[in-house]
Design a protein around this ligand. Structure first.
Ligand code: TYD
Length: 138
């Protein structure tokens, strides 16, 4: 496992409860341990499909189920963990050099991802054996 401050983990977000409807927010370098350079979302996922199955060299991400639910499977090269995300007031922080897959999307699932870098295809590690070598040498 990686050191604590760089460990993947569920992070609870502020939840402002109100009879008019609840509100949650995220501040960079406050609720999540990085500055936000990019926001993307995954939606309209057909039943049985999965996303991901890669790792990133430097990129950190924070994943929230804004609507519906899905599973995130994280693998640091030693241990695999499955997280079921189904609420919009917490999310999963994921540092670099973690192999990740998203699956088991519910109907109307909306997966929000905050990322610490702009998009670059060079950030991706798509070969699991290459990932294992990098993770074990990190
Ligand atoms: P990819 O990250 O491989 O999707 P996933 O990991 O969810 O299966 O991205 C799919 C495509 O979208 C790929 O062609 C790159 C493009 N893309 C961007 O152009 N910008 C982005 O910010 C992201 C995340 C993907």
């Amino acid at each position: 496992m990686q050191p604590d401050n760089n460990q993947f983990r569920i992070i609870d977000l502020p939840k402002i409860e109100d009879p008019r409807g609840n509100l949650t927010f995220i501040e960079e370098n406050n609720h999540i341990p990085f500055a936000i350079k990019r926001v993307y979302w995954i939606y309209d996922v057909p039943g049985g499909q999965f996303r991901g199955s890669h790792a990133y060299k430097e990129l950190h991400e924070f994943i929230v189920a804004l609507s519906g639910s899905f599973d995130v499977i994280l693998d640091d090269g030693k241990e695999k963990r499955r997280f079921h995300l189904n609420r919009s007031y917490y999310g999963l922080y994921m540092p670099n050099l973690i192999w990740r897959s998203l699956e088991n999307f519910s109907t109307n699932a909306l997966c929000l991802i905050l990322a610490s870098t702009h998009y670059s295809k060079d950030e991706y590690i798509r070969d699991y054996n290459v990932f294992l070598k990098l993770a074990h040498n990190a």
